[in-house]
Ligand binder design. Structure first.
Ligand code: ADP
Length: 266
């Protein structure tokens, strides 16, 4: 669901840093620079942004981009209300007016006209032209644009153009190392550290198969799901099948091969 995340005044959501990404985010924020987060799905990017927004005490607007998302969805549009046409700001416009953080998740998925809107916002003009209303909005202090994309999904039609990419500072995310992923899985699920460590080890084995049989390795999100099911009483192997095997592939042969890995590791 897109929308405003109530971060102001709230305690920062739990986030265990992989490296110096918190410092880079804070430095980008204070220097009025946009930030691009690169990395696979489910490795903590969205949680990181929510965490930083709370730490910096800024409201957060998160938009999950999809292939039908247009500039108007971000900026706003005229709507008919009780016989009258009224202008409704989109999430990007609201963030620009309020000095909030706007997070465009999977920005490459969006339609091409979105990049055009982002350009004047990502340089020192920090300006959002709204053609429909004739306004030229100057971003309020505190406004920050953050976008993410998954280089693994790239195809010829869906890459971030260099002219857009080179307007952002970038931080690369990978799946956390076991020493980080174990406490994350334990904390998020309530599962004990020993069982969390076993799931993380298994996740590592399944990730190693990426590219051979699997398009995408198992994400931290899925490991957390498996751990949550187990913490809630589900049988270990059943939980792993539901959370760490079935979501990866529809091919029964490959699934069977993955389950063999599970049995060997656990
Ligand atoms: P992404 O945005 O990269 O797709 P998310 O931020 O939604 O991934 O992460 C998925 C889940 O994984 C989170 O809800 C959280 O439970 C967990 N997670 C992953 N990395 C971390 C981390 N470093 N600290 C805390 N939780 C994490």
């Amino acid at each position: 669901m897109d929308g405003r995340f109530p971060t102001q005044g709230a305690q920062a959501p739990y986030y265990l840093a992989q490296g110096d990404e918190c410092q880079v985010f804070a430095a980008a924020y204070h220097a009025n620079l946009p930030l691009l987060l690169k990395g696979p799905t489910g490795c903590g990017k969205t949680r990181f942004v929510a965490h930083m927004a709370a730490r910096l005490n800024r409201p957060l607007y998160t938009v999950a981009c999809h292939d039908d998302l247009s500039a108007a969805d971000l900026i706003g549009r005229y709507l008919l209300k009780g016989g009258e046409t009224v202008w409704m700001d989109g999430p990007l416009t609201r963030a620009v007016r309020e000095g909030a953080i706007c997070y465009l998740d999977e920005v490459v998925e969006a339609r091409k006209d979105v990049a055009v809107v982002l350009h004047p916002l990502t340089d020192d003009r920090r300006m959002l032209p709204i053609d429909r209303t004739g306004e030229e909005l100057q971003a309020a202090p505190g406004f920050m644009l953050v976008a993410s994309y998954n280089p693994g999904y790239q195809n010829i039609l869906k890459t971030l153009k260099p002219s857009t990419r080179q307007r952002f500072l970038s931080v690369e995310f990978t799946f956390p190392k076991p020493a980080q992923e174990i406490p994350v899985v334990a904390q998020e699920s309530g599962l004990g550290p020993e069982q969390a460590a076993l799931l993380v080890r298994l996740g590592g084995k399944l990730r190693a198969l990426k590219g051979q049989d699997l398009e995408e390795g198992v994400s931290t999100r899925l490991v957390v799901y498996a751990a949550t099911l187990i913490a809630n009483g589900m049988d270990f192997h059943r939980a792993i099948r539901a959370a760490m095997i079935e979501p990866l592939t529809d091919d029964p042969e490959i699934r069977k091969g993955l389950m063999d890995v599970v049995v060997a590791v656990t």
